[in-house]
Each structure stands twice: as C-alpha cells, then as structure tokens.
Design a protein around this ligand. Structure first.
Ligand SMILES: CC(C)(COP(=O)(O)OP(=O)(O)OC[C@H]1O[C@@H](n2cnc3c(N)ncnc32)[C@H](O)[C@@H]1OP(=O)(O)O)[C@@H](O)C(=O)NCCC(=O)NCCS
Length: 174
C-alpha cells in the first residue's frame, strides 16, 4: 500500500503510547477486542507491555502500519501454540485507527501477518470475530473459512452479549 510502512513493533515510549491510544479509542468505538469501555490508559499500556514482551520472546509478532509517524493500525500474530500444534498460528487484535479506515490498512496488515506466519513455517491460521459488529466480511474477503458461531460468547465494550464466529485458513500452499 503506497505510503504505508508495515513492520514488527518493538517497545519504545512512542510506540506503546500510540498502541494504548489506539486500543482505548477502538474500545470506546465499540470494537470487540477483549476489553470493556472505558479502558484506562494504565490497563491499555499494561496489555501492550505484556504483548511486546511476549513479542521480544518470539512468542508473537505485533505488526504496526505506520502512516508517517502515526500508528494507523495493528495486528498480532500469536505463535505460542501448544507443542502438538507447531504448524498453527492465531490472528488477534486487528484494529485500524478510525480516521484511517477504509484504505485497505487492515487487509494489508492481515496479508503481512500471513506472510510472516508462512516464513515461520505455519500452515494454518485461526481467528475469531464478534458476530455483532465484528469484521466477518473482511476475513471472508481474505479467504478465511467460517467454522461456526458460538452464541453469547463475550460482552461488547458498552455492554450486551455478542456471539463470536470462528474462522480458519490454510496458508503457504498447505
Ligand atoms: C475491522 C477494521 C480493522 C477494518 O479496518 P480497515 O483498515 O478499515 O479495513 P480495510 O480498509 O483494510 O478493509 C478491507 C476490506 O474489508 C472490508 N471491511 C472492513 N471492515 C469490515 C467490517 N467490519 N465488516 C465487513 N467488512 C469489512 C472493507 O470494505 C474492505 O473490503 P474491499 O476490499 O472489498 O474494499 C476496523 O474497522 C477496526 O479497527 N474495527 C474495530 C476493531 C475490530 O472490530 N477489529 C476486528 C476484531 S476481530
């Protein structure tokens, strides 16, 4: 994508602050990414500090899409699967800053995460998304196969239950 730089994130004061701001804004906007609104800055920073520490240990990759100095979006590739699932990875925490949406940033982040997963020898990816207000259409457009839906799986950020839809995709020519 022209002008967009996608790369793995490492812990720096600016990156952790931008990640925290992004997460707080996405949750406030109703995005189902595991948290309730209002999400405090401390909790958001704590989440990303743990995530970036796991990334430094090679257990996940946190990718960022940069529009100049602005972190426009992020996605996480979870690699820390059980010993009997060395071929599998999980996609989590896909989010695009509201002012940057509709420009293909999430799709580009997903493709970059898939390429990384293939590089790491993964042949199967799984993910889930909220039935109510999630990103099912985006994932289906990228070739993810709907495995099924679990009703009343989680609370939405502003309250009320939503189901979750589980998706999978074979990658790397598997
Ligand atoms: C979902 C989200 C990441 C999409 O970000 P984005 O950068 O605007 O997405 P893109 O511009 O890359 O969209 C790629 C394609 O998916 C489609 N799409 C985007 N969001 C969608 C959604 N919520 N539902 C269905 N389709 C969607 C777009 O129309 C586009 O389709 P096209 O290729 O046919 O034009 C963003 O809306 C967001 O951060 N939402 C809140 C957090 C969230 O729900 N994350 C998903 C958690 S599982």
């Amino acid at each position: 994508m022209p002008g967009m730089d996608i790369r793995p994130l490492i812990a720096s004061p600016d990156t952790r602050a931008q990640l925290a701001d992004l997460l707080i804004a996405v949750v406030a906007g109703g995005g189902s990414v595991s948290f309730m609104h209002p999400l405090s800055q401390d909790d958001a920073l704590g989440f990303w500090d743990d995530a970036l520490a796991a990334a430094a240990d090679g257990k996940r990759v946190v990718l960022g899409a940069w529009d100049g100095e602005v972190l426009a979006g992020t996605v996480t590739l979870l690699l820390d699967c059980p010993p009997n699932q060395p071929h599998r990875g999980e996609i989590a925490k896909l989010m695009t800053r509201e002012s940057c949406r509709g420009r293909g940033i999430a799709a580009a982040l997903m493709r970059a995460a898939e390429a990384l997963a293939v590089q790491r020898g993964r042949t199967l990816l799984v993910l889930d998304t909220a039935s109510d207000g999630g990103a099912a259409g985006l994932y289906e457009g990228l070739g993810y196969v709907r495995a099924g839906e679990i009703p009343d799986y989680a609370l939405k950020p502003h309250g009320g239950l939503s189901g979750t839809i589980i998706y999978w995709k074979r990658i790397g020519g598997a």
